[in-house]
Design a protein around this ligand. Structure first.
Ligand SMILES: N[C@@H](CCC(=O)N[C@@H](CS)C(=O)NCC(=O)O)C(=O)O
Length: 300
């Protein structure tokens, strides 16, 4: 269980109820919002993430307060956010003053500790479900590489000053190694072969999901929507925005994704955040595909 024992910021200790540090378009945060929505925990207002105004300190029971941290504005790469999340990524969840990090741990925590339908099945189905969740989590670095290479491109490159600041803020033992990733990406040190290998890893993952759906089951672990669906849905969404050819390559994944998108939880947790930024990424992905240098070409 990933808990930050003594965060440098005093803010988490002041928060009552549930508070989620997140970003609308970030898959790791989307999966936690989806779990909260499927548990029936309602989304309250979004407030400025650093706010310790009295009106923002307590989330009423059965709701959570969103504290969006803008990744495009690089608010996560700041001293103030480093004092909350030592690895400089979203999400982070505070529950009654206790700070939790690592999205899969947070998903399990919410499922286990809070009321609402169980999202992890029992018995054999549970084992399969856990291994699908682990498989998805293992592919997170691949999603990061694809996002930066095919969706964000030059927009995400850091200048020398920002990079130096990031090197200073990033914890040397961070499992994310974000400063190292940004340095290699910004300096063009990641080879096209490396990016292509990440696309191949994702394609292998989607092939496994397509195979699981071949017996016409509604959801990945059987008839009940589970944690496995949640973690894979947001992965498919991110790649779909980037221009991955699901309908052509994996039609069952596409149909399952469409079913998942029709759920009320998806509407509350994901769809309402997919604004201009998501449309921009989709258009960019489509144009790159039309020009023959998009993710569709890399995936074929
Ligand atoms: N292992 C972490 C990974 C979190 C992560 O990679 N978050 C991404 C968004 S999906 C992020 O905040 N990236 C910051 C950036 O790219 O600057 C978790 O699962 O919580």
């Amino acid at each position: 269980m990933a808990i930050v024992d003594r965060p440098r910021s005093e803010l988490p200790g002041k928060l009552k109820g549930l508070h989620l540090f997140h970003y609308g378009g970030a898959p790791c945060a989307q999966r936690v919002r989806l779990v909260l929505a499927e548990k029936g925990i309602r989304r309250g207002p979004d407030v400025p993430w650093r706010s310790d105004a009295a009106a923002h300190l307590s989330a009423p029971a059965g709701t959570y307060i969103g504290r969006p941290v803008s990744l495009p504005r690089q608010e996560n790469l700041s001293e103030a956010y480093a004092a909350i999340h030592p690895h400089l990524v979203v999400p982070a969840l505070v529950h009654d003053g206790v700070l939790h990090i690592e999205s899969v741990d947070i998903m399990n925590y919410v499922d286990r500790e809070l009321p609402g339908p169980a999202l992890m099945p029992d018995g054999e189905a549970g084992e399969a479900c856990r291994s699908l969740v682990a498989r998805a989590a293992e592919l997170q670095p691949a999603v990061r590489h694809v996002t930066y290479r095919w969706s964000l491109g030059g927009l995400a490159k850091l200048g020398a000053d920002k990079q130096a600041e990031l090197e200073r803020l990033d914890a040397p033992d961070s499992p994310e190694q974000l400063a190292d990733f940004y340095r290699r990406f910004s300096n063009g040190e990641i080879s096209e072969d490396t990016f292509a290998d990440h696309v191949t890893s994702l394609t292998e993952g989607f092939r496994e999901i397509e195979a699981r759906l071949s017996d016409r089951r509604a959801w990945l672990c059987g008839e009940a929507y589970s944690m496995a669906d949640i973690i894979w849905v947001v992965k498919v969404l991110r790649l779909d925005e980037a221009g991955y050819p699901f309908a052509k390559s994996f039609p069952r994944v596409q149909a399952w994704f469409d079913r998942a998108r029709a759920r009320p939880g998806y509407q509350e947790a994901i769809a309402r955040d997919l604004g201009v930024a998501s449309r921009f990424l989709r258009v960019r992905g489509r144009v790159q595909n039309l020009l023959g240098r998009g993710l569709r070409n890399a995936a074929s």
